[in-house]
Design a protein around this ligand. Structure first.
Ligand code: SAM
Length: 287
């Protein structure tokens, strides 16, 4: 059974920002694992967005900038990337990572992706990797991306697909909720990890935002790690939504929750380490 609760988008956004400020260092610290996990789907996303040398690109909900650096490499010194994110703390890592890698074509701007804070009709391409599902109103986020694009410019987003194809997320969230004494959630509720995985929804939102030639591609992105404990370590350090659920518990109760999550995720042990299935949706549209 799931329960309906009153949803306050502003309070949700404030909590989202605090949550990502808190796990900014954790997400940044896992950059190498995240890079390997998402390497081929990120290449596909940047290809679908037609990111080319000399282009100006908007990277929404950029986080610690893993995909920002890939974009910076693709557009080259004649092009540029504007990386935006709700969390100033995580964005500071994006800038530091860009500087350290020697990219001078990256700028950052702390901004809510639902607001049209970036330039209007200024960008050749706009992307958002694993961010849009956290927006309370993703339609507004897509409208803002649409307005930021030059006519003919391409947008591409990456979000998680259905609960059935992302079982590790379902197991982690449902176990955390149970231990926190909270009722099960509708996986498609606004702002949730799987909120845009509902079949057909993301395409509808792209079309409603004004995009043409909208298409979604499903991509398998298994998370391959040495052992289930590595995945536990990843979510304990960087999975803001799960940490937020467990934050109301004392240390011993949190440990009990993590132990059950680990035990349930052990079903994905293989002879060659641990492999958690994930399915992503890459959606593209043109202004
Ligand atoms: C899972 S991380 C992804 C970061 C990065 N794109 C990546 O793939 O490594 C989600 C990011 O979405 C950002 N975010 C959530 N809600 C947002 C909003 N309304 N506007 C802008 N960014 C938002 C968070 O601050 C966080 O950095």
């Amino acid at each position: 059974m799931t329960t309906a609760t009153t949803f306050d988008p502003q309070a949700f956004k404030q909590a989202t920002r605090q949550q990502w400020d808190r796990c900014a260092a954790g997400w940044n610290g896992k950059s190498a694992q995240i890079h390997d996990w998402l390497a081929s789907s990120t290449d596909a996303m940047l290809e679908m967005a037609r990111i080319r040398p000399g282009g100006r690109v908007l990277d929404v909900a950029a986080g610690a900038g893993d995909q920002t650096l890939d974009i910076a490499a693709r557009v080259g010194p004649q092009g540029s990337v504007l990386a935006t994110d709700l969390s100033p703390a995580i964005l500071a890592f994006a800038m530091e990572n860009a500087r350290r890698a020697g990219y001078r074509n990256v700028e950052t701007l702390a901004a809510d992706g639902e607001m049209a804070t970036a330039g209007q009709a200024e960008f050749d391409a706009a992307i958002c990797r694993l961010g849009l599902m956290f927006f309370p109103d993703p339609a507004r986020g897509l409208e803002a991306m649409y307005r930021a694009l030059k006519p003919g410019g391409m947008a591409c987003t990456m979000v998680f697909s259905t609960p059935q194809t992302n079982p590790c997320i379902v197991i982690s969230v449902s176990t955390a909720l149970k231990h926190a004494g909270l009722p099960p959630r509708d996986p498609y509720q606004p702002g949730g990890l799987l909120s845009l995985g509902k079949p057909g929804l993301i395409d509808e939102l792209f079309v409603a935002a004004g995009f043409s030639r909208v298409a979604t591609t499903k991509v398998a992105a298994p998370f391959r790690l040495g052992a289930v404990s590595d995945y536990l370590d990843f979510i304990r350090e960087s999975a803001g939504p799960i940490l937020q659920i467990l934050s109301r518990l004392d240390e011993a109760a949190q440990d009990a929750a993590w132990a059950e999550i680990e035990q349930r995720l052990s079903e994905f042990n293989t002879d060659n380490g641990w492999q958690g299935p994930n399915e992503l949706l890459l959606t593209v549209g043109q202004r």
